[in-house]
Write a protein that binds this ligand. Sequence first.
Ligand code: AMP
Ligand code: MG
Length: 318
Amino acid sequence: MKQDELIHQAAEIIKRGGIVAFPTETVYGLGADAFNPLAVARVFEVKQRPYFDPLIVHVASHRDLNHLVSEIPSNAEKLIERFWPGPLTLVLLKREEVPDIVTSGLPTVAVRMPKHPVALSLIEESECPIAAPSANPFGYLSPTTAEHVQEQLGDQVDLILDGGPCEVGVESTILSFAEKTPKLLRPGGVPLEEIESIIGQVEVRSNKEKILAPGMLPRHYAPQTPVLLHWSEKNAEAYRGKRIGFLAFQEPRLFLKFIHIEVLSKKGDLREAAANLFSAIRRLDALKLDLILAESVPEAGLGRAIMDRLRRASSQGE
Ligand code: AMP
Ligand code: MG
């Protein structure tokens, strides 16, 4: 079937209260009509996601946005102008009509406009904003290809739209306008520096703050295999004889015998590294290794999002 027809079919499913996996530029989402609480409940069930973890609502227009939020601060408006469609989620005061199941009962709703033609067409044809977390079982790595979704949730979703590998490869940046000063809740596809160049300094959520949602848990986005992020040649010696894989940023420095090496970006490009991150970890995870050693990347630009995901995958916290 042609892509247009598949999108049409997917939109019909959403309208009838079904759930559809679809590509975005960040990761694949598992979507339902944001205004249909029963459909949204199925998303939680299939993902085995706890109900206190609110979803991001995806819109295709300013009109959709106005159906969801009661107020748009001028700084939020500036960011929308600059970064939408794109990997930036804004947490804004919600309208009463937005179901509590979407927001976990919070007075705010997280909204973004994805930059993927398939996602945008799906939202438009469904004629409703689409609430969608990443299309993976709770706590595991986000999917960046349709095959990843098929492997993990295949028979439980009504349809999977295939839009190829995700261009950005890490989740959206989440910025909250719930309080007076904007606060970064999760680093992601839009670098903090670019946001600050538009609205000035942003507060960064400290790890000691109350955990609002499991996306903020120290262990999340995690593979089955233990991941070690902070290590030195000296302590790595302790793993001699074990089956170890290496997640390298650039060209690996070989001193241990690795079963397999994944290089995120030969030329050391953070964008390329982000796009490859989850697929590379999945390939290593599939080898049933004893351990994955991960190399740190520079913590600037997209490197911030990569390091955030690596820390959580490694469960060493922050
Ligand atoms: P996911 O869709 O799996 O990338 O997760 C969405 C994440 O967005 C959640 O885990 C929260 O961290 C965040 N989020 C969604 N809605 C809100 C909200 N109203 N307030 C704060 N954070 C939110
Ligand atoms: Mg997720």
